[in-house]
Every structure is written in structure tokens, then in C-alpha cells.
Design a protein around this ligand. Structure first.
Ligand SMILES: Nc1ncnc2c1ncn2[C@@H]1O[C@H](COP(=O)(O)OP(=O)(O)OP(=O)(O)O)[C@@H](O)[C@H]1O
Length: 700
């Protein structure tokens, strides 16, 4: 299917490579399925719709279409030739050569599964036709909820009927008191009872169906929204990365409040709220002026809810902010526990933790006390309204303007009219929690991501070509001073270069810019004459073996960690990379070999072992550029020696750019670049630069 999508790109003249098309998608075994195909197509401006269709139903006007074939295969049909009506032929784009072939009806029909994905280009306006009415863009949250609008429409219809049934019971009781009892009409009683019973049974079914539908809509939105949020988190530009991982994670977790808000109880209360007016109208019809008693009750509850709003808002805001702070402290402590223990700083952190917990508890209690006060007041008001209705009703009965049955019906109905209003305070708590969570998430969703348009990047040229830095400067966001200052240099294909300099001189920053983790604040980086910004970051990174100073390993096995991001790879290739980087030195001693478990962040491995796994991972895809930041800093001298010798062979036909403090590693390079405080202070053949350093002509 990926190949069909790639062919569709060619068909519609969209520039995108296969790796850009699937970048960031949750593929299973490296394959696209129908939902993922639709997602991938949507990102490049194509609209894809899967339908069940037979080959005969396929009309050439709706082509191109992707035909799903047996054995998980697919083909792209671009035309139907019906010159000869007895033998229709289908023009199928060949995925290998990009050429076309004509396939007979019978051959295709035999292979088809019956599912066809119709694909068309979404219309794109260009800058010559600017927007005039500034129509709102589809919001990530509301737009997703809108997708379930049909379900919510059914929920509203069910709610109307459910609320109509609310008046059944009071009317039944009224008729029993006013007509059945005075006339001993037991037959009528049974007719009424059966009618009311049937109505209640229907009411039960509708309520069940309503909550089921609300849950389905909520679940659907939940899955879509969570996927969008995670995609956004993974795609964030490095420059927009949150200051605190812990509080960022907490903000994402607050999505739970939104989830709660869009599920059953809240939505049902919200939908029931307007029907209070209908029930009040029935009370008015039955009891005339009696209706003013529940209205007074509603006004008191609503006013109380309104008065507590500012306090509630403040309490919820403070609870959520302090929870984010607490979460940030927890993550920071857990990730740096060794340093804390080494300095016996547990007490300090414990103090900070307890202070935060106390602060959260204080605001939590405030939220609860406000919500409870509203709930208690509502319960009191409902009781008082009942008494009020009975007292006023008796006067009306004495006045003969109300029947006994009418009074009982009015008491029952007024209780029902107050029920949704009584939930207002609980509703507003959930509303503010969801609103605050939505604001925090809106900020996350507005952060810039690396690749907004998956079809706007150029296909990455072979980056084994020259890499040129043209007056490149870079300053980290919210930092004083530049990390790199006006750097111009060219690294030729196949060159072996060491980047050296004192700590903080900009060596790692230089590599991060080459990886496009950050964009230069001035100047340009070009690969084969093309600005790095025009290239797809995913493709670019696929072609560079990058190993950073902080080796990152993930929970799983050594094999999982080596094959990370590579999709399906042969065991042989994994073993080859593992041997090359010295991983087998320690996995061979383990009973599980390459299946040896790795704890989170690789905490069960030594620094050197982590480094060798990271190197094996980088070298697995046989890239054309090797970009290493202190590759052997944590290795013992024997492992380093063995790695160096193997790297010498491996890097023979590749470009090697390596930062190092180890003079032994300089054996691998021909050229040395020296940085100092972000400036390029020396660049030349290895021997000359070393000589200049020794003679003090270049000082670090
Ligand atoms: N993520 C970051 N955010 C803000 N500033 C940073 C960041 N990373 C590095 N810096 C700053 O940029 C400058 C260059 O750092 P860089 O990591 O490139 O140095 P380096 O030469 O690799 O140092 P070392 O040899 O110690 O790793 C330093 O002043 C550092 O404080």
C-alpha cells in the first residue's frame, strides 16, 4: 500500500519520498493498513475513501483507485480500457518500475478482496486567492468531536423522548387520584398502569442506548485525540521543547479531565438541562402559580453556583498548576536519584515534595468544599421547594383551583425539574477542570512541529555529497550569546574529520544543526547545494548515523534497541552491527544473548555498554555519513581499540565527522576542525592543526 501511495504522489505530482510518507505513523511490521493509508494520504493533501466495490462497479471517472488484493497486496488502477467490451482491461501502475501494464478483468477479479480505496486530490488555494472571510480552521479538539455529530444528534433525540417520559409518572398518579379512586374504576387503573409501565420500559431502553452512544462517541474521540496529541508531542521542534518534561507530561495527562467531560454523566446532564423548562411548563399547566416555587428554587441554586465560580476557578487552576509542578519534581528526582543520594540531598527534596503536597491538598480541599456546599444547598432547596409546593398547593385545593392528583404531580415534577440544576456545581467543577486542561493542551497543539507539510520537502539528495556551512550562527532559544558564530566550512564527501575544542565550545551544537534538530539563526547549511531546510528531516536522519553524547536506550531487549526505528531487519544484520560495535562482547556472556533485557534508559548497563549499543543502532542502516559525538568516551581501551579498527574499515567509503577528546581516535581522521566559544579557530589537515596546537599558534 505504501508503494501505491508513492505512485499516487507521482500521479498527482506531489514531492514526497516513501520514508517521508510514513514518518511518524504507527506501522505494524512496517506495513500500511487502510486507516493508516488514509492518514498518510491526508497528510499530503489527498483524500482517501475506502469502499466495498466489485471490479465491474469501478468507473473510470473515479480513478485512480487502490485495489486491495489478496495476501496483503495492493495495486493502483489508473484507467480502464473498454475498447473491447468483451475484454475489459485495467491500467495498473507497476510499483517497481513506475511504468504501466494492462491487466485483464479476470486476472484482477481473481486477486481482488472487494475493498477499494478511492483517492482524490484535495483542492489547495494558492497565494493569489487569499482568504477573505477568515473562516475558522478545524480545531484539533472540537473538530474531532464534530466527527461524532451524528451520534450526538441521536443522543439528543433520545434525550427529548426520555424527558417526555419524565411527565408520564406524575400524570399517571394524577389520574389515579382524580379519576380512578373517586370512581372505583379499577379497569381504568390497569389500563393506566400498563401504559405507564410500557412507557417506563421504553424509557429504560432509551436511557441505556443514550449512555451507550455517548460512550461510543467519547471513546472514538478519545482515541483520535490521544493519537493527535502523541503525534504532536513526537513531532515537536527541538526549539519548542518544553522546559520541564514532568509538567509537560502532567499537562498531557490532564486530558483525562476532558475525557471525563465528554463521557456519559456530564453530557447527559448537559442535554437534560434545557428540558427543565419543559417540565416547568407542565407544572405551570397543572398547578398554575405553583410553578413559581420551583422557579425560586432554581434561581437560588443558580445564583449560588454563580457566586462560587471565581473561587472554584481559582481553586481548580491552582490545583492543576501545583500538580504539574509536583509531577515535574517527581520526574526530575527519579531521573537524577543517583546524584541526589550522592550529595545526601534527600531531605531537601523531601521538604520540597511535602510543601507541594500540602499546597495541592489545600486547594483540593477548597475545590471540594465549594462543590459540596453547592450540593448540600441544592439538596436543602429541593426539600424546601417540596414543602413550599405542598403548602401553596393546599391553598389552591381549598380554593378549588387544583385537584389532589394535580398537587402530587406538581410535587413530583418540580423535583425532576430541579435535578439537573442541582448538578450545576459538579458540572462547573468538571467544566473548569476540562477547560483548564484544554487550554494547556491547546498550547501544546499550537507548538511548532518539525514537518507541517509532508509533501513540501524535496527528496533528500545523496548526502554522501559535500556538506557546506555558509556563515552559520546559532543561538539556543531563550539563551544569552551564540553557541556557534559565523561558521563557514565545507566537508567533502568521504572526508574524515575530527571536531575538537574545549567544553561548551559548540561541537555538539554543530552536529545537532547537521541533524536538523535546530535551524541556524543565521546562514545556511547545504547538502549538495540544497539548503537543509528544504529536505525532509526524516529522510536526512535516515542517511546519517548519529550517536550523541547522551546515549539513550529504551526498555526492551538489546536487539530491540539496536533495531529501533529500522522496521523489520534481519537478525544477521543486527548481529553484524552488534559485533562491529563490541555489543557481543557482553551479550555473548549473557544466557539470552542479544535478547538480554534492557531497563528503562538502559540503567542496567554500564556507560560503555550503552555507548556500544547506541553505535550499533546507528550503524545498522549502513548510512553514508557517520556523525559521532564522543563515540568511545565510556569504552575501555581494548573495546575502543577493536571498535576503532573496525570503524576504520567501515568508514572507508563514508564521510566521518566525529567530536572527540581522545587523541587515539584522531588516528581515524585526516582533517581537524577546532572550535572555541562558538568560533571556528582552526581548520586544516590533521598534522598541521596538531602542530599549530603544539606550537601554541592555536590556543584552546
Ligand atoms: N539544549 C541547550 N539549550 C541551551 N543551551 C545549550 C544547549 N546545549 C548547549 N547549550 C549551550 O551551547 C553552548 C555550546 O554547547 P555544546 O554542547 O555545543 O558544546 P560542546 O563543545 O559540545 O561541549 P562538550 O564538549 O562539553 O560537550 C554552551 O555554552 C552550552 O551552554
Amino acid at each position: 500500500m505504501l508503494e501505491c501511495l508513492f505512485q499516487l504522489c507521482r500521479h498527482y505530482h506531489i514531492t514526497a519520498s516513501p520514508s517521508t510518507l510514513i514518518a511518524g505513523l504507527p506501522l505494524e511490521n512496517g506495513q500500511l493498513d487502510t486507516p493508516l493509508f488514509i492518514r498518510a494520504a491526508d497528510r499530503i493533501g489527498l483524500s482517501a475513501r475506502p469502499l466495498k466495490s466489485s471490479l465491474d462497479q469501478l468507473n473510470k471517472l473515479v480513478l485512480p483507485a487502490v485495489l486491495l488484493l489478496k495476501n496483503n497486496k495492493a495495486c493502483l488502477v489508473t484507467d480502464i480500457s473498454d475498447d473491447d467490451p468483451s475484454a475489459k482491461q485495467y491500467r495498473v501502475l507497476s510499483t517497481e518500475s513506475g511504468g504501466c501494464s494492462l491487466v485483464e478483468w479476470a486476472a484482477l477479479e481473481q486477486e481482488m478482496t472487494g475493498e477499494v480505496i478511492f483517492v482524490k486530490e484535495k483542492h489547495q488555494y494558492d497565494e493569489r486567492t487569499p482568504e477573505t472571510l477568515n473562516l475558522p480552521e478545524r480545531h484539533w479538539f472540537w473538530g474531532t468531536l464534530l466527527r461524532s455529530r451524528k451520534i450526538y444528534r441521536d443522543v439528543i433525540i433520545a434525550s427529548v423522548v426520555v424527558n417526555l417520559f419524565v411527565i408520564v409518572s406524575p400524570l399517571f398518579i394524577m389520574n389515579v387520584y382524580d379519576r380512578v379512586v373517586p370512581n372505583n374504576a379499577t379497569d381504568t387503573l390497569w389500563v393506566l398502569a400498563i401504559g405507564a409501565g410500557a412507557a417506563y420500559f421504553l424509557d429504560y431502553l432509551l436511557k441505556k442506548a443514550r449512555s451507550h452512544f455517548i460512550d461510543i462517541a467519547g471513546k472514538k474521540s478519545d482515541i483520535l485525540l490521544s493519537a493527535q496529541m502523541f503525534e504532536q508531542t513526537l513531532g515537536l521542534q527541538f526549539s519548542a521543547r518544553p522546559v520541564s518534561v514532568g509538567s509537560f507530561a502532567r499537562n498531557l495527562q490532564e486530558f483525562d479531565y476532558i475525557r471525563e467531560f465528554i463521557t456519559s454523566s456530564t453530557v447527559a446532564t448537559l442535554v437534560d438541562l434545557p428540558f427543565t423548562l419543559l417540565i416547568l411548563a407542565v407544572v405551570g399547566l397543572l398547578g398554575g402559580p405553583l410553578v413559581f416555587v420551583p422557579i425560586a428554587g432554581i434561581v437560588i441554586i443558580a445564583l449560588h453556583s454563580w457566586f462560587i465560580q471565581p473561587g472554584l476557578r481559582a481553586a481548580i487552576e491552582n490545583t492543576q498548576r501545583s500538580s504539574a509542578q509536583k509531577h515535574a519534581a517527581l520526574i526530575e528526582t527519579l531521573s537524577g536519584i543517583e546524584g541526589i543520594k550522592a550529595k545526601s540531598a534527600e531531605g531537601e527534596l523531601q521538604h520540597r515534595w511535602e510543601q507541594l503536597t500540602g499546597h495541592i491538598a489545600m486547594w483540593d480541599i477548597r475545590t471540594r468544599s465549594l462543590t459540596t456546599s453547592a450540593a448540600t444547598l441544592s439538596a436543602l432547596v429541593i426539600q424546601l421547594v417540596n414543602i413550599g409546593i405542598v403548602v401553596c398547593g393546599v391553598y389552591l385545593i381549598v380554593d378549588q383551583s387544583l385537584s389532589m392528583g394535580g398537587l402530587i404531580a406538581a410535587v413530583m415534577l418540580s423535583g425532576r425539574s430541579l435535578a439537573p440544576v442541582a448538578q450545576l456545581s459538579g458540572l462547573s467543577t468538571r467544566y473548569y477542570q476540562a477547560k483548564s486542561a484544554l487550554i494547556a493542551l491547546n498550547k501544546v497543539m499550537d507548538l511548532p512541529v518539525e514537518q507541517q507539510n509532508h509533501n513540501s520537502s524535496l527528496k533528500t539528495p545523496d548526502i554522501s555529497k559535500n556538506i557546506l556551512l555558509d556563515r552559520v550562527s546559532f543561538q539556543y532559544p531563550k539563551q544569552h550569546g551564540v553557541a556557534l558564530n559565523n561558521i563557514s566550512l565545507e566537508i567533502k564527501a568521504g572526508e574524515k574529520v575530527a571536531v575538537i575544542g574545549r567544553m561548551g565550545s559548540g561541537k555538539s551544537t554543530f552536529q545537532r544543526l547537521l541533524m536538523r534538530f535546530f535551524t541556524p539563526t543565521a546562514g545556511h547549511i547545504r547538502v549538495d547545494g540544497i539548503d537543509l531546510q528544504q529536505l525532509s528531516p526524516h529522510e536526512l536522519r535516515d542517511r546519517i548515523a548519529y550517536v550523541s553524547q547522551d546515549t539513550q536506550l529504551y526498555f526492551g531487549t538489546i536487539r530491540d534497541n539496536i533495531a529501533l526505528g529500522a522496521g523489520y531487519v534481519d537478525d544477521e544484520k543486527v548481529l553484524e552491527a552488534a559485533e562491529l560495535c563490541g555489543v557481543t562482547e557482553f551479550t555473548n556472556r549473557h544466557p539470552l544473548g542479544l535478547q538480554m533485557p534492557v531497563a528503562e534508559r538502559g540503567s542496567n548497563l554500564s556507560g560503555g555498554q550503552r555507548q556500544s549499543v547506541a553505535l550499533a543502532r546507528a550503524l545498522l542502516s549502513n548510512p553514508s555519513v557517520l556523525l559521532f559525538d564522543e563515540p568511545c568516551s565510556a569504552m575501555d581501551s581494548l573495546t575502543e581499540y577493536q571498535f576503532r579498527e573496525r570503524l576504520r574499515e567501515l568508514a572507508a567509503d563514508k564521510t566521518l565527522i566525529m567530536t572527540t577528546y581522545k587523541s587515539s581516535m584522531l588516528e581515524l581522521v585526516d582533517r581537524i576542525i577546532v572550535f572555541d566559544r562558538g568560533n571556528l579557530i582552526a581548520d586544516g589537515p590533521k598534522d598541521k592543526v596538531i602542530e599549530a596546537l603544539e606550537q601554541g599558534k592555536v590556543t584552546l
